[in-house]
Design a protein around this ligand. Sequence first.
Ligand SMILES: Nc1ncnc2c1ncn2[C@@H]1O[C@H](COP(=O)(O)OP(=O)(O)O)[C@@H](O)[C@H]1O
Ligand SMILES: [Mg+2]
Length: 453
Amino acid sequence: MQKTASPRPTRTVDAGLMASLAGLLREWLPRQRWFAGKDRPVTDLALLSMTELFPGCLHLLVHAGHSAVPSPGGAPPAGDCYQLLLGVRQHLSPRLGKALIGRAEEGPLAGLTVFDALQDPRSAQLLLDRLRHPGTAGPLRFEADPSVSLPAGLVPRLLDAEQSNSSLVYGDAFILKLFRRIQPGVNPDLELSGALARQGCGRVPAPVAWFRTMHPWEATLGVLQPFLRDASDGWTLALDALASGDDFTAQAHQLGMATAEVHLALASAFPSGAHAENGRTAAAMTERLELAAHFVPALQPHVPGLRTAFGTLAACDPGPPAQRIHGDLHLGQVLRAGREWFVIDFEGEPSRPLAERRGVHSPVRDIAGMLRSFDYAARQRRPWRPEWARRCREAYCAGYALRAGWDPRKKHGLLRAYETDRAVYEVLYEARHRPDWLPVPMAAIERLAVRGA
Ligand SMILES: Nc1ncnc2c1ncn2[C@@H]1O[C@H](COP(=O)(O)OP(=O)(O)O)[C@@H](O)[C@H]1O
Ligand SMILES: [Mg+2]
């Protein structure tokens, strides 16, 4: 990997900086789509790392704590570390009005305007330049695949999608995903897409450049990949098909095959585990259910029925061996370009600890995620079309079986338990982020609880 000295001076953590930023960020952070702590007040903000990436642009890692809120089971105080790129200027041009965070009143930035630098095309361009020239900036390490040459001058635009991270598209040629919630360690989105590309698996856009920090611990911060220009995501395609009354089973079948290809490539790239230990998995699922019911009272009446579904899992045949999986597979994580499906966003569920996300799991978990997604799509329009979802599920499983050599439909108990676990996750997610959507997973919960009982 080519390394050059940083072309710009960098500063290390400036303890006084939060005097300027804390008040502004306390207001701004909870309004961001990717901020996970919306349902809890931010009680403390701490600066973990600060690097002046280029003049007028600060790269920060900030810990947002919610310590006034008691953690269930006496767990450590709740909170998350976030990556921020802040611009600092005397005046912000009106064209950047939407990027405004506020005017600092105190501390070293007093009197200056602070804004979200990702919304500023000039800053976004300088960020790509950093990736084009591998090297270091303070604790940050910029790295690239030496076989790929990144052109200069690509015009950036910030993707305006419902995202848990932030993505910049450069000249419709590359997409840079900046992870927002940062945990120590390698992010599986880089780890798995890189490994799949090295396996020759054509189902993922291969990473071409990335950056990470070494302070306060090592962590992946962003990944640049080729942008699939004319792609549509599976969610949009499914909703279009539902709206026009079109069949989606051919696409679902191909998607099942694509999922199996990714699973096979992951199984070759990483050591697999023994057969999944269903007893331990069932115990973990039950624990997650109880935790979710603690936060979402609507779940409570269904707990006994759902517990039975997990009890059945403990007695099931072990199913396929545990292996590295996608971890958060649904229709929004697949793109169709031409006649091919691509799989993106291998980050796993960002709310789960990184060590767990980087562990081995049953591939049934991914399959259950996609099956739940067909159900979500079918519930977007009234009247609900359960037949549409059922046919997609069948086709998807048949496609999977064709490539994988085993049929998910023959693993009833496993599939039901993983679907239940996924629906419990969805309930918690929707309750926190999109309460209007809560009825969608709750309908599945009601169905699965009755079947479990
Ligand atoms: N390689 C790509 N080509 C085209 N669009 C992409 C690509 N990667 C991501 N996208 C778009 O960005 C969206 C969000 O990407 P994703 O990796 O799922 O981010 P997040 O972690 O925030 O969910 C996708 O739904 C898709 O629309
Ligand atoms: Mg995603």
